[in-house]
Ligand binder design. Structure first.
Ligand code: 13P
Length: 252
């Protein structure tokens, strides 16, 4: 049976993007809005420095804009940090929390990620909560245990299909050109769906589950056809309009 969940293709620009890249964004936005918006929702999460410019870009059309992180507090003495409310104020609609690069580079724990997700909700935005096993966990056969631990620790009670999206990104597949086998993606996504349905009921059944890690135009169709894969979180291939549009086009 076809899933009734509208897919979401979200691009994570990571620490890439200057004002000179706004033309690339405009090309993505025009291509998406004119021919692809009916197929899937789409979003670009640029660095903080570009959120306002992209969210208010005259050619943005239906292409949404998100952020890559936020602080747990709504305001206050936190030098260098950005709150969910500030992100909302710039016109963004979602915030990625718990990306493995933040878990690794900044020591973010599941508990912190859960607090960030709640801060995102408090700002009226959608939290894109990331989970995924390391290469050692994959080799050691503990992938599902690792994902279960991250889901139970990082996805707060109160998560709904509206306020949250879950992104499964195997750490070893990010930026490497490697992807798990289709059966492996199906196993993890099926597991996540059962876990979320058991814990959140109908909201867990309807929540979007994205796959991320080396998604390209050439492998997107196969990955997006896996049961309980409701879209993609795309890094490198979201920097170029032709690649990003190619991935959206591959959604069936
Ligand atoms: P790549 O698509 O570059 O592998 O990055 C995936 C990712 O980390 C998206 O958040």
């Amino acid at each position: 049976m076809m899933s009734s969940i509208k897919p979401l293709i979200a691009g994570n620009w990571k620490m890439n993007g200057l004002r000179s890249d706004m033309d690339e964004f405009a090309a993505m936005a025009q291509g998406y809005s004119s021919e692809l918006a009916g197929k899937a929702d789409a979003m670009i999460c640029p660095p903080f420095t570009l959120i306002a410019a992209l969210a208010n870009h005259p050619d943005r059309g239906a292409l949404a804009v998100g952020a890559q992180d936020c602080h747990t507090a709504s305001s206050g003495a936190h030098t260098g940090d950005i709150s969910g409310g500030m992100i909302a104020d710039c016109g963004a609609k979602a915030v990625i929390v718990g990306h493995s690069e933040r878990r690794q580079d900044h020591g973010e724990t599941d508990a912190l990620v859960a607090e960030k997700a709640k801060a995102v909700w408090d700002a009226g935005l959608t939290a894109i909560i990331c989970v995924g096993e390391t290469e050692a966990e994959r080799r050691g056969g503990t992938t599902l245990a690792a994902v279960e631990q991250q889901l139970s620790g990082s996805v707060p009670q109160g998560a709904t299909a509206q306020n949250s999206v879950i992104a499964y990104e195997p750490v070893w597949a990010i930026g490497t050109g490697l992807t798990p086998g289709i059966d492996d993606v199906a196993e993890v996504h099926g597991f996540m769906r059962s876990f979320l349905a058991n814990n959140l009921g109908g909201e867990g059944t309807a929540m979007r589950l994205l796959y991320g890690g080396s998604v390209k135009p050439g492998n997107a169709a196969e990955l997006m056809a896996v049961p309980h894969v409701n879209g993609a979180l795309v890094g490198g291939a979201s920097l170029k309009a032709t690649d990003f549009l190619g991935i959206i086009r591959a959604v069936s």
